[in-house]
Design a protein around this ligand. Sequence first.
Ligand SMILES: C[S@@+](CC[C@H](N)C(=O)[O-])C[C@H]1O[C@@H](n2cnc3c(N)ncnc32)[C@H](O)[C@@H]1O
Length: 268
Amino acid sequence: MTVELRQEQRTMLWTLAMHAHDAASAHPILGDGFAADLLDRVDEPPDHGVSLGGSTPLVCTRAKLIDDAARAFLAAHDEAVVLHLGCGLDSRVLRLDPGPGVRWFDVDQEPVIELRRQLYDEREGATTIAASVTDPTWWSEVPDDLPRLVLAEGLLMYLDPEGVHTAVTSALSPGGTLVADTVAPWVTRVAGWQPAMWAADTGFGSSTADLVAALPPGARREETSLVDATATRTGGVLSTAVRLFALVPGGRDAMVLSTSSTGSSSGG
Ligand SMILES: C[S@@+](CC[C@H](N)C(=O)[O-])C[C@H]1O[C@@H](n2cnc3c(N)ncnc32)[C@H](O)[C@@H]1O
């Protein structure tokens, strides 16, 4: 690897490692068959304090639910645009293998996209964009005359409220659907205390309330607790612990997945 990743850019190595860890387990939640090979080729030591065991079920449940939402969208739309914001090195485009009528955009910051271009073969219909999602200018490269699905996984919490506002309004204009996870305000406050976040000198800057505040008037939003969803996808002691955590005030909403849409889409 020849690029230098800093702060929140490093966190995509953690999710990749968790996908590989899950895929190697006896009962994978996501079953990402590409992650281990990508991780091997990155050749970067894991960051101090990354908890593969503890966070893997939640992260892989999140990815699984987003894959399922995207599969349902692609099944309904042969011709469409999919934007994968803050894509990191995630292999979603390979896992979903969209058809020839789908224009797929993987978007992340410059060093991450540079690394992604080293590791992934070019693919017909797929484009990588090296840009911040808080920069409204590059969105004009994206066709606006097709049903649109925007995926933002493990991303919005790293932005400040103003950045969330720009990303969400750009994502939902001129219409379409945004699937994005966010965290409760108390998680935003404590996230930076985790050893890995501390070591990477990063933290969270927004919460679910900032997504809600950024939605255009009339937008619809459905919310799923990723804590509950994780409990149903794990077993034994872990599942019990997650179920108990969901009963603690603020537990169930600690991380949620929102599907937000506006009515003005061309079919999305
Ligand atoms: C936790 S990782 C998630 C990566 C991927 N979505 C996954 O689940 O494996 C967060 C990603 O968000 C990206 N990111 C953070 N802020 C960003 C911004 N302003 N614009 C674009 N990408 C951003 C980081 O570079 C990183 O790749």
